[in-house]
Design a protein around this ligand. Structure first.
Ligand SMILES: [Zn+2]
Length: 417
């Protein structure tokens, strides 16, 4: 069995000192005092006294291959950005290119502390293969839409992708990924609902991302986006909606009651829409919240540590109340909230939980004075403080090196250019 040592262990339940985490196969076997380590059959020890150990961060909404478009179309309104900049470029994708750029995106996410991605994109097989290559835990959906002419998002391919991958890999799992409430018809959503009930799959979908989306749904269906999801029968605990920027008070209540998760992409939507979703209102009504980076074009990085800080700050600004979106709340969203959405036993450093763990080097100026490590993690840390990442009990990132892929970060990016 492996042991992971650190000066401190931090999860949403609090901080522990002088403890070691024992890992057997893919799970946490136990968390024990360091001086008791001798009593266990440990053959490998990782970490050291300059580390903080946290649960892996769950990046609950990504489009990892979009690293290709980083820096293109900045500072434009969302509808214009999507229709005039992004979609024309996306129509040119080839599977080979998706694979290469997905490797970059996934590697970046891992290097900044993500142990899980929930990805929504085209040529999903390639993203699944890139995930396997690097060893990240991945939930992947093939984007499906039928109200927009988009040959690489043919709905049928979404179902086929699911079937191809449902029993193929221990940690790479398929989901269904209808694009958004304004690009997917009621008929298709109903088909997705039936398929998801039969196959017990998660549904990952953009909801109420822009004002235009809300207007289009209202015009076409005579209801608001969340009411539309309810009407189609997909709004339940298997539903992972993303953004929800324009949810009305009534939609917030409906959403919270349904048991569905809303993924908050604070940076991306602040940049694209100049707006913050009613996250606090949903949270206070009992809804589940997760956090995601979205993509490298709208974010423009895949750094979940930075994302936690932005989620906290932007929600304080939105509610004009500094007591909202506390460090503990956003850390919960990035760990337990994401695990709950994806139905995995992760997000806490406890016996029997998945060994998805991150070691952060706290031997740095911005971690001084170490009096409040939760605050230091959310408000002072940077993704680059991450040094070692474990997924399913295996070391998949070690200070710039990806052991499974046998490549350094600079080698992965050099291959693209
Ligand atoms: Zn998205």
């Amino acid at each position: 069995m492996k042991a992971i040592i650190s000066k401190y262990i931090l999860d949403v339940n609090g901080i522990r000192e002088n403890m070691a985490v024992l890992v057997e196969d893919n799970k946490i076997y136990d968390v024990v005092p360091k001086d008791k380590l001798k009593e266990y059959d440990v053959d490998e020890i990782f970490g050291g006294e300059h580390y903080l150990l946290i649960p892996g961060l769950i990046n609950a909404h990504t489009h990892v291959a979009m690293t290709k478009f980083r820096g293109i179309g900045d500072d434009l309104p969302l509808d214009k950005w999507l229709n005039e900049v992004i979609w024309p470029m996306e129509k040119e994708w080839t599977p080979e290119e998706i694979y290469k750029w997905a490797l970059i995106g996934i590697a970046e996410a891992i290097a900044n502390g993500s142990t899980v991605i929930n990805d929504h994109y085209f040529f999903a097989d390639e993203i699944a293969k890139a995930s396997q290559k690097l060893g990240i835990r991945a939930f992947i959906g093939q984007t499906m839409m039928d109200l927009v002419e988009f040959p690489i998002a043919e709905p049928e391919e979404g179902f086929k992708f699911f079937k191809r991958w449902k029993d193929r890999d221990e940690i790479v799992k398929p989901v269904l990924a209808p694009h958004a409430t304004d690009t997917v018809s009621l008929e298709l959503l109903k088909e997705i609902k039936e398929f998801s009930e039969e196959e017990k799959t998660l549904i990952h979908m953009h909801v109420s991302q822009s004002r235009e989306e809300v207007l289009r749904v209202k015009k076409r269906e005579k209801v608001l986006p969340v009411e539309y999801l309810k009407k189609a029968g997909v709004l339940n605990e298997n539903f992972i909606g993303v953004h929800g920027v324009y949810l009305s008070n009534e939609e917030v209540k409906l959403y919270a009651k349904s048991g569905a998760t809303l993924v908050h992409c604070a940076v991306s939507l602040a940049k694209l829409e100049g707006s913050v979703a009613p996250i606090i209102s949903l949270w206070e009504t009992g809804g589940n919240i997760a956090i995601g980076n979205d993509c490298a074009v709208s974010n423009n990085s895949l750094d979940m540590i930075q994302e936690m800080k932005f989620a906290a700050i932007l929600n304080k600004v939105k509610s004009q109340d500094p007591t909202k979106a506390s460090a503990k709340d956003v850390f919960y969203w990035a760990t337990v909230g994401g695990a709950k959405a994806l139905k995995i036993k992760a997000g806490l450093i406890e016996k029997e939980y998945l060994a998805d763990l991150v070691l952060i080097n706290i031997n740095k100026l911005h971690f001084t004075p170490k009096t409040n490590l939760l605050s230091h993690l959310v408000y002072s840390a940077k993704g680059s403080d991450v040094e070692k990442v474990f997924v399913n009990g295996k070391l998949i990132y070690d200070q710039g090196y990806f052991p499974k892929f046998k490549k350094f970060d600079y080698e992965i990016s050099a291959e693209i250019l």
